[in-house]
Every structure is written in C-alpha cells, then in structure tokens.
Design a protein around this ligand. Structure first.
Ligand code: GDP
Ligand code: ZN
Length: 388
C-alpha cells in the first residue's frame, strides 16, 4: 500500500466508521445553531475504528461536527456544551457525525448553558477595580446557589502589600472562604490554580469585568488554537449573547467555559434558601435551630442566625431583594406558570422552567420568543450549510 495515497481513496465513497460496534463517545465543546462540535475521547477503540481500513498513517479526527439524531429531537432531548454524547455514523473523512445519545447530566447550568460543570472559578481583583465586599458577596451567593463547587480566586495581588493581602485573607476566613491569590501580570499562583483546582474538570469562569479573566485565560492557555468553542464566520454575531459559551481546553485536560451570562448575578433565589448561601449562617444552622422553622432570620424571636457577623447586613439586604424578586415573579402569571419548584441537592429548592405549557392557552411571550428563536436557528443552520 502506498503510504502517501490520500485516505479518501481507500474506500470507495465515504470513509465511514468500519466497526459500528465500538461506541464513540465525546464531549460537546461548542453549539453553533443546530450543529455540535464534539471532542472525541481518545480511547483506543475509537482510534482503532477510525484507523481500521484506512491504513496506519491515518490520524483520526479529534473533533467531529455533529447533528442531532431526529429521534433525540422528537423526545425533546437538548444537547448542551459539556454534554457527554454518543456519536453515530462517524464520517472520518469529512469529520462529521450524528449525536445518538446524551449521557445523564451531573449538573446543568442555565446561565451560561453548560452541562456537567463541576466548578465555578470566581475571579475578583484585589485592586483596580477596588474590591467591593458587597459585590463579591452577590457573586458568592449566586455561585453558592448552584450545585457546583466554588473556587474563589483574587487576581492582581501585585497591586497590594503583603499586609493588605493578609487582612483580606483573615476577613475572608471569617466569611468561611479560602481563596487563591494570584497575579496574572507577575505570573504568580497560576500553575497551582491549574494543578490544584482546574485540571481535568469542566469549570465555569465568572467575575465582573476588568478583574483579569481574559488575561487569566491567555496565561492558562498559551495557544489561541485551544479555543475549542470559538464561534467563527457569520456566527460571530452570536458571540456576545448569553446563549453562547466559549470553551477553552486546558493543558493537562479540562475545559474552561467563559460566558457573559454569569456576569450580572440576579438575586433570584427563594428567600428561605438564602441563609444556606452564606457559610456564616450555614454553620449557625448546623449547630442549632431557630425557634420558628420558617424563620427568615430578621427580627423573629429565638433566631440563631441573627448576630454580629460582618455580612449579616448583606444577608438582610439580599433577603429584601430576593423577596421583592419573588413578589414580581408571582405578579407575572405568564412567567410563573412556566416555572415549577424543583427540590435540589441538600433540600434546596429552585424555580425551573416547566417542560410543557398548558393546552388551549395563547402562547406565552416566552413561547413566542422561543418560536422566533427557532426561526433564527434555522436561518443560522442554513447559513452554516452554505459555508460548509
Ligand atoms: P476581564 O474584563 O476580566 O477579562 O479583564 P482583562 O483580562 O481584560 O484585564 C483587565 C485589565 O487588568 C487589563 O488592563 C490587564 O492588563 C490588567 N491585569 C490583568 N491581570 C493583572 C494583574 O495580575 N496585575 C495587574 N496589575 N493588572 C492586571
Ligand atoms: Zn432565624
């Protein structure tokens, strides 16, 4: 056999996966309209099946551009970035395939839409912009309200003295948080952050603008080619929507999802859950009970949460906001009827969209918007097909 001969000539028409028995699994790293970019797991079977009839010099693709099987569409199975999927009908020559199955998700974030994320990397700067404990707490509460682990990271430690940093460390310790202190500019603490926290995980990056998130991504991932979820061509216009997630592949394994979706956290949690999102209150509630089981820890008698902990005033402020948010939600019947109360890990509950809207009702604004979204998606899909 001539080693130089193009792979495609070896099989008459298409270079299909020769051994349909060996399953091909991968992770969805980008969603572009109705196409899914899947990074294949580098298991031996996949490599072998791709190599199969095509000769030993054939290098199987690392990524396949996939559609979703009609049967998945029929059962309403959505595919998200981070999903582990089974790829069928792999066409190695054109690097195409079809998603036939989606593994059950360990976690699911709506904003940004990422499946199976394990960690939130919350980045704040110690200076420039000045670290605002109220804003930081707002992000912390939002992160705590997910089922994900939290890694708190303070950047720009080059801008403050060691004594100032220690003061922050002690303050955060009282809040119940241990943080990583890094300087992207001085290349301090980045390797430890990668090896201790991010390696091998799907991580969602969060934090306000200006704190150095983009600089951190550049420092963690030297090659721009590793922007596996970058949107290209005409789809660029989708870049700044909260639906779009940009994924970066970390050296030594793992994915980092960057999305503007998490940058303006709303205090939309259920008011009675809020105390669970403050470690200071959590510890108090583990040690005892308030007199009333439905205590909101304001001025109720026999409350064990109320006390002289630094962030108690933030708790009260956020509680007001969460109550106001809930009142607004209840005044919007359209929206409320699309939500159901779902009990999550540790007995936490949360409103989530219902799967179906009621029959015989005028479609809600949300449904109408979704229909528009579908039309938009179809247009994008056609554009992509033109590009391919
Ligand atoms: P983003 O909005 O969170 O993505 O922040 P950027 O990565 O764009 O950074 C905002 C600014 O902070 C830029 O001017 C960076 O050069 C600067 N910056 C980032 N990291 C550091 C750092 O460790 N120390 C200092 N002094 N400046 C930094
Ligand atoms: Zn109480």
């Amino acid at each position: 056999m001539n080693d130089e001969e193009p792979v495609g000539k070896l099989i008459s028409d298409r270079l299909l996966c020769p051994d349909s028995d060996s399953p091909i699994w991968g992770t969805v790293v980008a969603v572009q309209a109705n196409f899914y970019r899947v990074k294949l797991e580098s298991n031996l079977e996949t490599q072998e099946s791709a190599r199969g009839l095509s000769g030993r010099h054939f290098k199987p693709a690392q990524f396949l551009l996939c559609t979703r099987r009609t049967r998945l569409k029929k059962i309403g199975q959505k595919v998200m970035v981070g999903d582990r999927v089974l790829v069928e009908e792999a066409d190695w020559q054109d690097s195409r395939g079809a998603i036939g199955k989606v593994s059950p998700r360990a976690t699911e974030l709506q904003r940004p839409p990422v499946a199976n994320a394990q960690l939130i990397l919350l980045v704040f700067a110690l200076e420039e912009p000045t670290l605002d404990p109220w804003q930081l707490s707002r992000f912390l509460v939002k992160a705590e309200s997910t089922a994900l682990k939290l890694c708190l990271c303070f950047n720009k430690c080059d801008l403050i003295t060691t004594a100032q940093q220690q003061q922050w460390q002690q303050r955060l310790d009282k809040w119940g948080y241990e943080a990583s202190y890094i300087s992207v500019k001085k290349q301090l603490g980045i390797d430890q952050l990668l090896s201790h926290h991010l390696k091998g995980k799907i991580t969602v990056l969060a934090g306000p603008s200006g704190v150095g998130k983009s600089s951190l991504i550049d420092a963690l991932i030297p090659s721009a080619n590793l922007r596996v979820g970058k949107v290209s061509g005409k789809l660029q216009r989708g870049r700044h929507t909260t639906r779009h997630v940009e994924l970066f592949e970390l050296p030594e394994g793992g994915l980092l999802a960057d999305s503007p979706g998490f940058n303006q956290p709303d205090l939309d949690c259920i008011p009675s859950n809020l105390a669970q999102y403050f470690p200071e209150a959590r510890v108090r509630l583990q040690q005892g009970n308030c007199q009333f089981s439905d205590c909101l820890h304001r001025d109720e008698p026999g409350c064990i949460v109320r006390g002289d902990w630094e962030r108690y005033e933030y708790y009260l402020d956020f509680l007001d906001k969460a109550i106001a948010h809930e009142a607004t939600r209840q005044q919007q019947p359209d929206q409320e009827s699309n939500l159901k109360l779902k009990v999550k890990r540790l007995g936490k509950s949360q409103y989530e969209p219902k799967l179906k809207t009621k029959k015989y009702r005028r479609p809600s604004r949300k449904v109408r918007q979704q229909n528009l979204q579908d039309i938009y998606q179809t247009q994008l899909e056609e554009e992509i097909e033109d590009q391919l």
